[in-house]
Design a protein around this ligand. Structure first.
Ligand SMILES: [Zn+2]
Ligand SMILES: [Zn+2]
Length: 367
């Protein structure tokens, strides 16, 4: 089947919208007609080489669509079902899957680093050449093929352009608050980087009942967004040391939780340095492949500080995303406010330029 898709042929070269051939779904696979693909920073990190991924590849790891057809043995979804693809494949039976941490399943690692499905091949071709999958999703294609285990059926009445954002931005941010940090009511929180995922950390902290939520960013537009999602204080990172500003607004104590949502070692250190005693810093931003982080070691013991990370919201997406949908319906989770624009797939590079400059919080491409 022919499909329009945004392909990264070479790191640094931007995306090219081309016609690709999408093969039929194999056994245990699902072909989805994507309706919306989320414009997330992680794809940009791949485009710039900040994050490694096999290329040429169809990028996009967040989206929503309708099941077009299914391969042999697929039972959980059928043609016509609205679905979200999940960017971390899980087998459902290993110790991590059964222990509530499916993002750590080896099946997801294999598909992420090979860009190929479980049988070692890709379902995409362009001009007769293999094009790899990205994160097992490739939502920047009108049609994509994903393993059944990476598909979540969603309610029929959810607008797909908004539902798309549940699959990465929302679950990654809110999940980090609830599953990785387990933010307690009345606590203090700092969030470094308040783009599409960062504002979801902010709103997760607000839902969890944090008393003080300090947003840190270099862009006024992102600090404004953070206020709309529940930040009680903002720190302009261009106006002096953010750590000092955070300590100032916490009577010198520091915060109970700090989230780094950019993926920069310097900010991970700042997050750690802004902690109170027994505080926890959680790295959510995807880190450059070769990055290392250095922090003063003494507070690990004398203040019992914790530095950790969170992959895919440390969540069990198949049970957690339906709970997020309930929160949205109850008016407690902001989703409509998160989507600031939609672009035709042809304008995807423009969509990324707007994301980078802070002109959009979260946008989607449509087909
Ligand atoms: Zn993402
Ligand atoms: Zn598993």
């Amino acid at each position: 089947m022919k499909s329009k898709a945004a392909i990264l042929f070479e790191v640094g070269a931007g995306l090219e919208v081309r016609e690709v051939e999408v093969q039929d779904p194999g056994p245990g696979e699902v072909r989805i007609r994507m309706v919306a693909g989320g414009v997330c920073h992680s794809d940009l990190h791949v485009m710039t080489g900040h994050l490694e991924a096999p290329v040429p590849a169809i990028l996009g790891h967040e989206g929503a669509g309708i099941v077009a057809d299914v391969g042999r043995g697929v039972t959980s979804v059928k043609p016509g079902d609205p679905v979200i693809p999940l960017w971390r494949l899980s087998c459902g039976s290993c110790e991590y899957c059964t222990g509530g941490r499916p993002a750590l399943c080896a099946a997801g690692t294999q598909i992420r680093w090979s860009g190929r499905l479980a049988d070692g091949t890709s379902r995409f071709k362009c001009d007769g050449h293999e094009i790899r999958h990205f994160a097992g999703v490739s939502s920047f294609s009108n049609y994509t093929v994903v393993p059944e285990d990476a598909v979540l059926k969603i309610p029929e009445d959810l607008p797909l352009e908004r539902a798309a954002l549940l699959g990465c931005a929302v679950i990654t941010g809110v999940g980090a608050v609830f599953n990785a940090a387990r933010v307690r009511p009345g606590s203090t929180v700092a969030v470094f980087g308040t783009g599409g995922v960062g504002v979801n950390v902010v709103q997760g902290a607000a839902i969890a009942g944090a008393e003080k939520i300090i947003a840190v960013d270099r862009l006024e537009s992102r600090l404004d967004a953070a206020r709309r999602f529940g930040a009680t204080h903002t720190v302009d990172a261009t106006a002096g040391d953010p750590v000092a500003q955070i300590r100032d607004s916490t009577a010198g104590k520091g915060v109970d939780y700090a989230f780094e949502v950019v993926g920069l070692p310097a900010l991970m250190r700042q997050a750690y340095e802004s902690l109170a005693k027994r505080g926890m810093a959680v790295v959510v931003g995807l880190i450059p492949t070769s990055a290392e982080v250095t922090v003063p070691a003494l507070p690990l013991i004398y203040e019992e500080r914790v530095l950790t990370g969170s992959l895919y919201g440390s969540a069990a997406p198949k049970t957690d995303i339906p709970k997020l949908i309930d929160l949205y319906r109850a008016g407690r989770l902001k989703l409509d406010e998160l989507l600031t624009r939609s672009y035709p797939i042809e304008d995807i590079n423009e969509a990324y330029a707007a994301l980078e400059s802070g002109g959009t919080l979260r946008s989607v491409v449509t087909f």
